[in-house]
Design a protein around this ligand. Structure first.
Ligand code: ADP
Ligand code: MG
Length: 321
């Protein structure tokens, strides 16, 4: 019902970035090869996410706006083997509760056009559109002024969106991403599968040329990624990216292991640009910790930390005086 969707929306959608992130994750789940994100005034006046994925049939497209209408969690057991990005079935219902959503989707058989505005379905018609899905969200929080008040300036809201898109592009280098702000292209990847290209887009040529590829494995973990030469260091930890089974997450234990690995090579209070992809049996990952899905818990984390520290130390061993 509308009230519980409004409450859920408070958890899932607090700023335009959440909408962009949820929609991109849905596009990824729908096997898109290309995802375009258009942002207007930091997302405050609107966002459009267009993909070339599986699309939805007319019934599923409407169902997508009802609470817990996930098509992705079929059995209880799946909860422990989550490989898709979304699984709570709350995102579209939440967005549709607090904004005006225009959805165009085509599953290859039929095109559908739906409008869902502040909790009500106002349009459901057959429609000619290309295969895939286009979601346009306008008027975020315009019926809930208390929430509207918490949005910051357009430039800030956009920077948060750009950071989220960067991370998704990093963890999905085989997908083509295009990010536009008020008509200007800000970020673009080719989708050719090269994470170094994404780092280049984010940090420029010098950083990209100075990143060393690494890979290592232990009983339970397989890791690879890019470690920037210690001479290219930064003042904050924000450039350490941790991806577990293609999902960028926040993990203090893993970030600290990276910092520890670099400890002898970097001045105090300097941090590397570092990207690590961790492959692990989903049974060892608990992603159902927070609705925003940023935090996970890992079993056997100490072994992973040691693997990371050893890998970094081996990589730069010859650089010690
Ligand atoms: P969840 O992703 O957790 O299942 P969402 O609210 O994000 O829940 O989406 C609800 C459903 O709508 C999804 O399960 C999916 O079936 C459908 N859906 C949403 N976005 C897309 C998309 N871009 N392409 C195809 N299907 C989509
Ligand atoms: Mg989703």
């Amino acid at each position: 019902d509308h009230l519980s969707n409004l409450i859920a929306a408070g958890e899932v959608v607090s700023r335009p970035m959440n909408i962009v992130k949820e929609c991109i994750e849905n596009s990824l789940d729908a096997h898109a090869n290309s995802i375009e994100i258009e942002v207007f005034e930091g997302g405050i006046s609107g966002v459009i996410i267009t993909d070339d994925g599986d699309g939805m049939d007319p019934e599923d497209a409407l169902l997508a706006f009802s609470n817990h209408a996930t098509s992705k969690l079929k059995t209880e057991d799946d909860l422990f083997k989550i490989m898709t990005m979304g699984f709570r079935g709350e995102a579209l219902a939440s967005i549709g509760a607090v904004a005006s959503v225009d959805l165009q989707t085509n599953d290859g058989n039929q095109g559908t056009h739906i409008k869902f505005e502040y909790g009500s379905n106002t349009l459901h018609e057959e429609y000619a559109c290309p295969k895939g899905t286009r979601i346009e969200v306008r008027g975020l929080f315009s019926r809930t002024p208390a929430r509207l008040k918490y949005l910051k300036k357009a430039n800030y809201e956009f920077s948060v969106i750009a950071e989220a898109v960067n991370k998704l592009a990093l963890s999905h280098p085989n997908i083509r991403f295009l990010l536009k702000h008020d008509g200007r292209t800000i970020f673009q990847t080719s989708g050719k599968g090269n994470q170094k290209e994404v780092l280049y887009q984010m940090y420029g040529r010098e950083a990209a040329e100075n990143c060393l590829p690494f890979s290592a494995s232990s009983d339970d973990f397989q890791i690879d990624g890019y470690a920037i030469q210690p001479k290219i260091s930064r003042a904050s930890k924000n450039s350490i990216y941790v991806s577990i089974n293609s999902r960028i997450i926040r993990s203090w234990p893993i970030t600290n292991a990276v910092v520890e690995g670099y400890r002898e090579y970097l001045p105090k209070d300097r941090y590397p640009i570092f990207l690590i992809n961790i492959e692990v049996d989903p049974q060892l990952v608990d992603v159902n910790v927070h609705p925003n899905k940023l935090e996970v818990r890992l079993s056997k984390e100490e072994f992973l930390s040691q693997l990371i520290i050893n890998t970094i130390e081996n990589l730069f061993y010859d650089q010690l005086d």
